[in-house]
Design a protein around this ligand. Structure first.
Ligand SMILES: NC(=O)c1ccc[n+]([C@@H]2O[C@H](COP(=O)([O-])OP(=O)(O)OC[C@H]3O[C@@H](n4cnc5c(N)ncnc54)[C@H](OP(=O)(O)O)[C@@H]3O)[C@@H](O)[C@H]2O)c1
Length: 281
């Protein structure tokens, strides 16, 4: 496994396992158990995914020591206040069955995220959160937060894949020493991702699939990736990306695939923002 290190010295594996869209208890638990068996040691969940309890149960059942597993979870907008963030974090710890969380994120920079962040800062200083970060920050928002917060975000988890590469965001993250993490590293399968001719052709040269090529490309850009799958074979495939290196020429070919915007979410659409504010789980 390769790692990136936050500015506070905490290390995060460059490849983790995401559990979005697996709300069913047994299904989520089995998926995490399988992923841990394959070798994944970073699990990315969120309060909004409704599966923190299953993640915690799988971790305990795996028998792997707690300190060998890196748990990320996220708080949703309705808990964004100083007290709300503290209470919600305690609930996450209870559901996960842990006495600390490796990385806590604010899921969106919306609502009263300034005071929620202050709550996270307190928990970080108390050692209950080993690292704190943001998700879904566009470059100007991230720059503003880094200029505002006392403790700067250690990570920014945003959508990043060959069709939406976020070069400006990466530059801002580099400037403020924020580690980039890619959600939907496969564009959630959109645009026939897994049979894309460019990714497939490049992958063939290294004996790899389009999925593996896309993960390797992000890892080579220094981006932490957290692909999701419920299939054990795909978990293995997605994990097998550390025995090859894409050439500069191939990196450039993938760079040319960028369409410069998301086709999954539209944070510039007011009705989308309203939906996020009223979303309940
Ligand atoms: N912070 C945020 O706002 C945010 C938003 C979205 C996601 N996330 C995090 O990022 C993680 C990953 O993103 P995502 O789940 O949205 O999308 P993704 O990882 O880009 O794509 C997941 C899809 O790809 C399929 N798949 C996975 N590996 C495959 C392979 N090797 N070959 C063919 N198909 C494959 C999966 O199908 P099967 O499961 O059927 O195999 C699933 O349909 C999430 O689980 C979550 O932890 C965060």
């Amino acid at each position: 496994m390769e790692y990136r290190e936050f500015y506070n010295g905490v290390k995060i594996p460059m490849l983790g396992f995401g559990v979005f869209q697996i709300p069913e208890y047994e299904k989520a638990k089995q998926a995490v158990l399988s992923a841990l068996k394959v070798g994944y040691r970073l699990i990315d969940t969120a309060q909004a995914y409704g599966n923190e309890k299953a993640v915690g149960e799988a971790i305990r059942e795996s028998g792997i020591p707690r300190e060998e597993i890196f748990i990320t979870t996220k708080l949703w907008i309705q808990d964004f206040s100083f007290d709300g963030a503290i209470k919600a974090t305690e609930l996450s710890m209870e559901r996960l069955g842990v006495d600390y969380i490796d990385l806590m994120l604010l899921h969106q920079p919306m609502g009263d995220y300034i005071n929620a962040w202050k709550g996270l800062e307190k928990l970080y200083q108390e050692g209950k959160l080993k690292a704190i970060g943001m998700a879904n920050c566009y470059p100007h928002v991230l720059a503003d937060l880094c200029e505002t917060f006392e403790i700067k975000p250690m990570i920014n988890q945003v959508e990043m894949h060959p069709f939406f590469q976020q070069q400006t965001n990466l530059a801002v993250m580099a400037e403020y020493n924020v580690i980039p993490e890619a959600w939907a590293p496969f564009n959630e399968g959109k645009r026939d991702f897994f049979t894309n001719p460019t990714l497939t052709e490049i992958g063939k040269k290294y004996g790899k699939t389009a999925a593996q090529t896309a993960l390797r490309w992000n890892i080579q850009r220094g981006v932490v990736v957290i692909p999701k799958t419920i299939h054990a074979e795909r978990m293995k495939q997605n994990f097998d990306v550390f025995d090859f290196t894409l050439s500069q020429e191939d990196m450039e070919k993938i760079k040319a695939m960028d369409i410069g915007h998301s086709e999954i979410v539209n944070h510039f659409d007011p009705s989308w923002i309203k939906m996020l504010h009223t979303f309940s789980f």
